[in-house]
Design a binder for this molecule. Structure first.
Ligand code: ZN
Ligand code: ZN
Length: 406
């Protein structure tokens, strides 16, 4: 038996409780930074698997020291989304919550973080149950609030680097709209850096019939929205990647009132820090110039929020893990992920330690099952082979580093 086979020998028993746990987590989703029930469940299980369990910044970390060797960290995110689930699954979420604006929203695992938690607990159990098959330290890290970009930073700010051993390598995975049973790897930039900015520009209020007595922020905002399109079209080198989206533009209340301000919400995605800085500088330059052009009475303000770092997979780690995946899953089940324009905050965790990492995609949809993107109210990965493949992927990647006798 290989090391991987030794660890996977107990998977039949694991699979049964994993499916039950998954349905339970799916039916009990919790919004970002409110993962109370989920983190308690995770901590209880890790304790039962005899991990040394620590609470850090709203997350839960289980450390299993198993002799000399390297240290591997695997991470799962725990939070759900303010999305009302529209699937007809027997375990569909019926949970509602009050959001930040005071309204009632449906809550569901529309991004599949319940898959991630279930797979990592399965891998943690399998590794704990076959200690003789490997040597080193395994860290199972469950983080809150990925969707808001606050969770990984919160754990780092709470002293993560002082509270757990420094990992030599770190992994994370995400269930995506690929075929279930497949894993997708990608060296280098895999997920984009994401930035949001709230831009307020000032006008001078007036009667709608007397525009000459005011400064119209609606026209100003409209000019900005159009001019911002030139950052990608005219200022970014063809072939270089950047997205600039104005997702919201608000001003005014009535047709016959010229308001005194407008607010734009702009989203930015990039794969390269130089490009990112250039795009941000371009946005600020254009906004300031348009304000000047319109005679705006006060300078604009820029408030950056929901910022996600670049996910830049280490080439060596990715090659080693991809090779281990190919020998375990077979060539046909390991695909090239390609660059994904979505963003993640996972990389803040390994970056805090200066640890190389790789982040891979996990297929979640059976043949003939309609493919819905993450965050869709219909997003519902098939239980199997998704859970088993995700669990095996974590074990196989971990044993690529810890599977040798020390
Ligand atoms: Zn998401
Ligand atoms: Zn997600």
């Amino acid at each position: 038996m290989t090391r991987v086979e030794e660890v996977l020998a107990g998977m039949d028993a694991t699979r049964a409780w994993q499916e039950e746990l998954y349905r339970d987590l799916h039916a009990h989703p919790e919004l970002s930074s409110h993962e109370v029930r989920t983190s308690a469940e995770v901590a209880d299980r890790l304790t039962a698997f005899r991990y040394d369990v620590r609470r850090v910044g709203g997350g839960v970390v289980g450390v299993l020291a198993n002799g000399p060797g390297q240290t591997v960290l695997a991470r799962a995110d725990m939070d759900a989304l303010p999305v009302t689930e529209l699937t007809d699954l027997p375990y569909a979420s019926k949970v509602t919550a009050v959001d930040e604006s005071g309204g009632t929203v449906g809550v569901s695992h529309a991004c599949g973080h319940d898959v991630h938690v279930t797979c990592l607990l399965g891998a943690a159990a399998a590794l704990a149950g076959a200690r003789e098959a490997w040597s080193g330290t395994f860290i199972a890290l469950f983080q809150p609030a990925e969707e808001t970009g606050a969770g990984a930073r919160g754990m780092v700010d709470d002293g993560l680097t002082d509270k757990i051993p420094r990992p030599d390598v770190a992994f994370a995975q995400h269930v995506l709209g690929h075929e279930a049973g497949v894993v997708g790897t990608q060296a280098g930039p895999a997920l984009s850096a994401g930035d949001s900015v709230r831009i307020a520009v000032h006008g001078k209020g007036s009667h709608g019939s007397m525009p000459h007595l005011g400064v119209d922020p609606v026209v100003l905002a409209a000019s900005i929205v159009l001019r911002l399109q030139t950052i990608v079209a005219r200022e970014t080198r063809p072939g270089e990647f950047a997205v600039v989206t104005v997702g919201s533009s608000t001003a005014g209340t009535k047709s016959n009132i010229i308001p005194d301000r407008a607010v734009l919400l702009v989203n930015i995605r990039t794969y390269d820090e130089t490009v990112r800085q250039r795009v941000i500088a371009g946005i600020e330059r254009i906004v300031r110039a348009e304000c000047l052009a319109s005679g705006s009475p006060a300078p604009p303000t820029f408030e950056y929020y929901d910022q996600f770092p670049l996910t830049d997979n280490d080439a060596e780690v990715t090659a080693k893990v991809s090779g281990a995946f190919r020998s375990h899953f077979g060539e046909s089940r390991v695909i090239e992920l390609g660059r994904v324009t979505a963003s993640e905050d996972f990389s803040r965790l390994p970056d805090a330690f200066g640890t190389p990492y790789t982040y891979w995609g996990l297929g979640g949809f059976g043949p003939g099952q309609p493919l819905y993107p993450n965050h869709s109210p219909y997003f519902a990965p098939t239980l199997q082979p998704t859970l088993t493949a995700g669990t095996e992927a974590l074990i196989v990647a971990t044993l690529a580093y810890l599977g040798q006798a020390a």
